[in-house]
Design a protein around this ligand. Structure first.
Ligand code: FES
Ligand SMILES: [Fe+2]
Length: 426
């Protein structure tokens, strides 16, 4: 589908906005998301067996994660089933997490294994179990299954989850807004010509020099979106000299994952936008190389240069730039050298996406043809939520982890090639 041939997108109704943005237990989108494995936290947040536990809030639920003595990760209701003290303060020891209030102990499967205050029969102990969600570790992330019954499949087989660990860099950053507006920013291919103008990076370790050059030259890309079993394949075509076109071909993986285009042979990128609750999400920002370990220069550029990743408050996953300090915007820099005056590409995204409101109200927008992929994504999500709500129908990718395994490329091709021809040439 070509954006130029479409009318303007339809403005969303307030109730549709609610349907897509609310993810607590019992909401329609919350129930759909619980049909997928979701990232709960980074593996390195639980660095060793019996390490201190971590607080987790995911899809509006308060949880506690711990790595037991055997290395297995437990993800339990945050509050002890006895009298609801927070298990985060507990002792992680000898195969379980022990509440510090009265000493009850739970294993990674949520079973109550010790009640030192009372004598209990095995049957009584069983009734004292707590909510526990299955977990699996892949690609430096602890994935959680919060659905009903047994998981449909293994966690998503994204390419970064199957390469050796030293090929991958995984981090996360808090966004103080709903997951959907964060996700929409990642499939918005016209903003690159503006928000990230001269701001993405001055070096070219990501192989995105072409993106900066052609996005500057052509601020009106022609957009395409093709429905697939995993979500959408999205193309943005820009003129690149007299003979060629510069294509960025991304993948949106339903419900909230995006494979970002990069030049073939370069470091690949993926974004996961995971609801903490309706007003906050984690942006998991992943870099990986298919064929080789990441170099020291690449790793340094992700960690501390501040041109690509938003600098974090040390020892946390909170960005240093925030609404309170105007995202460290430098007005002199904005006049002189940068479209935004905000120094890192990620922080530029945070500034505009958080500014849309904690939960962006889509009923007040004016959509244009350049927003076509976003309108398509919303439509597909609405369809998926409604058919799950009415008939318990699942998107194909919920039971087929291999559908998450593709790539997204930025390439230059002869001008005459169509979107389909470019897709099949990748
Ligand atoms: S509240 Fe946890 S053991 Fe009593
Ligand atoms: Fe962006």
């Amino acid at each position: 589908m070509n954006a130029a041939s479409r009318p303007r997108g339809k403005t969303m109704k307030a109730e549709e906005n609610d349907l897509l943005t609310r993810t607590d237990a019992g909401t329609a989108m919350g129930e759909l998301m619980r049909e997928f494995w979701m990232p709960a936290l980074l593996s390195k947040e639980l660095p060793a067996p019996d390490a201190p536990p971590a607080r987790v809030r995911l899809l509006g639920e308060d949880l506690v994660a711990f790595r037991d003595s055997s290395g297995r990760v437990g993800l339990l209701d945050a509050f002890c089933p006895h009298r609801r003290a927070e298990l985060y303060f507990g002792r992680n020891e000898a195969g379980g997490l022990r509440c510090i209030y009265h000493g009850w102990k739970f294993d990674a499967g949520g079973r109550c294994v010790d009640v030192p205050t009372d004598s209990c029969t095995p049957a009584q102990m069983q009734r004292l179990s707590t909510t526990a969600y299955p977990t699996q570790e892949r690609g430096g992330i602890v994935w959680a299954w919060m659905g009903k019954g047994e998981p449909h499949a293994l966690p998503p087989a994204m390419a970064f989850t199957v390469v050796p660990g030293e090929h991958t860099y995984v981090s996360k950053c808090l966004m103080r807004c709903n997951y959907l507006q964060a996700l929409e920013g990642s499939i918005d291919y016209s903003h690159i010509s503006f928000l990230h103008k001269e701001g993405e990076t001055s070096s070219d370790v990501f192989g995105i020099g072409d993106m900066i050059r052609y996005s500057d030259e052509d601020g009106r890309p022609t957009l395409f979106a093709e429905r697939t079993d995993y979500g959408l394949q999205i193309g943005a075509r820009r003129d690149a000299g007299a003979e060629n076109a510069y294509w960025r071909v991304a993948r949106w993986l339903l419900p909230c994952f995006v494979i970002v285009p990069t030049a073939p042979g370069n470091v690949s990128r993926i974004n996961l936008f995971i609801p903490i609750n309706d007003e906050n999400c984690w942006w998991y920002r992943i870099r990986w190389h298919q064929d080789r370990p990441l170099t020291a220069a690449e790793l340094d550029s992700y960690r501390d240069v501040g041109e690509d990743y938003a600098p974090l408050v040390p020892g946390s996953y909170l960005p240093r730039g925030s609404r309170e300090n105007d995202y460290l915007q430098d007005r002199a820099l904005q006049r002189r050298a940068s479209f935004t005056g905000i120094r890192s590409a990620q922080l530029q995204d945070l500034a505009v996406q958080e500014s849309q409101g904690r939960v962006h109200d889509r009923s007040r927008e004016k959509l244009m043809p350049s927003d076509m992929p976003i309108a398509q994504c919303r439509r597909m999500l609405l369809e998926a939520v409604r058919s799950h709500q009415s008939e318990r129908q699942l998107p194909p990718s919920a039971s087929r982890p291999e559908l998450f395994g593709g790539y997204a490329f930025a390439v230059t091709r002869p001008r005459r090639m169509t979107f389909d021809e470019v897709r099949s040439s990748l």
